[in-house]
Design a protein around this ligand. Structure first.
Ligand SMILES: CC(C)(COP(=O)(O)OP(=O)(O)OC[C@H]1O[C@@H](n2cnc3c(N)ncnc32)[C@H](O)[C@@H]1OP(=O)(O)O)[C@@H](O)C(=O)NCCC(=O)NCCS
Length: 228
């Protein structure tokens, strides 16, 4: 019989699990928990590395959800919003969202409030000025320039991850008009947005549809933490 290994987080708490997808060892037995649609999706990736990362992220997501819900990971069924946001098919207070970048994954869980998470490797990108001009508000651009020349890239990804966490929370993804919201203050309507230190060299943020937010960070070093 399966029991709940992790309590569902209380209101205003986002439990965020971090994992390095390239180094975790996942055996064949755990891989069978994926459903056919996930195997089909994995097969669409052109590069082996992306296929493996997708499968690992899905396996970890299923094991984490199984831990919160006290059910068999293979029996978890997902439903999808209009813009592809995954949610649980069954009725439950548990909400989740997932993000991955360059092999690092963040899995966010909340109880009763919608959640969005984003992690991005901080890197030089040629389109940085064009993206900030078209998607960041004046206030957000000022916060980037406050960071000075050397901090611009970090400032850009701080703004970007906050925006993405928010639009993923809402469920619209990048179809949301990013220029219409300024998230520097950490509040936007019913939402609270916070950056968090995920890994060195990465920017990350989480958004919850609740007036307060406490982040609890956890690291997955081995699958025994989730199954043992
Ligand atoms: C959601 C979105 C912002 C993700 O951007 P990204 O930086 O490439 O990816 P991330 O790693 O942060 O997040 C990916 C995860 O977010 C989740 N996700 C997918 N769509 C989502 C959405 N609309 N809202 C919230 N989360 C979403 C999935 O769990 C996905 O993981 P998976 O690919 O392993 O299944 C982007 O893909 C997007 O805008 N999608 C919407 C596309 C759309 O509008 N489609 C129209 C319907 S077909």
């Amino acid at each position: 019989m399966n029991t709940e290994r992790f309590p569902v987080p209380g209101k205003g708490i986002a439990e965020i699990w971090l994992a390095s997808l390239d180094t975790l060892s996942i055996d064949a037995e755990q891989a069978v928990i994926l459903e056919p649609a996930e195997a089909v999706r994995a097969a669409r990736y052109r590069f082996d590395r992306d296929r493996v990362r997708y499968r690992r992220a899905r396996i970890l997501l299923r094991l984490l959800l199984a831990g919160y819900l006290g059910m068999d990971a293979a029996r978890i069924r997902f439903a999808y919003g209009l813009h592809g946001k995954p949610r649980l098919e069954r009725e439950t207070a548990l909400r989740f969202n997932v993000s991955h970048s360059s092999g690092e994954a963040a899995f966010a869980f909340t109880g009763g409030s919608e959640v969005g998470v984003d992690i991005e490797r901080v890197r030089e990108i040629a389109e940085m000025s064009a993206i900030s001009a078209s998607h960041f508000t004046t206030r957000e651009r000022l916060s980037m320039s406050d960071a000075g020349e050397r901090g611009q890239t970090a400032g850009f990804f701080r703004c970007w991850t906050r925006k993405e966490a928010y639009v993923k929370g809402v469920g619209d993804g990048l179809s949301f008009p990013l220029l219409s919201v300024s998230l520097e203050s950490g509040r936007c309507g019913a939402w609270t947005i916070q950056s968090f230190a995920a890994r060195p060299g990465f920017a990350a943020a989480v958004a919850v549809e609740f007036p307060e937010l406490t982040i609890q960070l956890r690291s997955i070093h081995s699958l025994d933490q989730l199954t043992g």
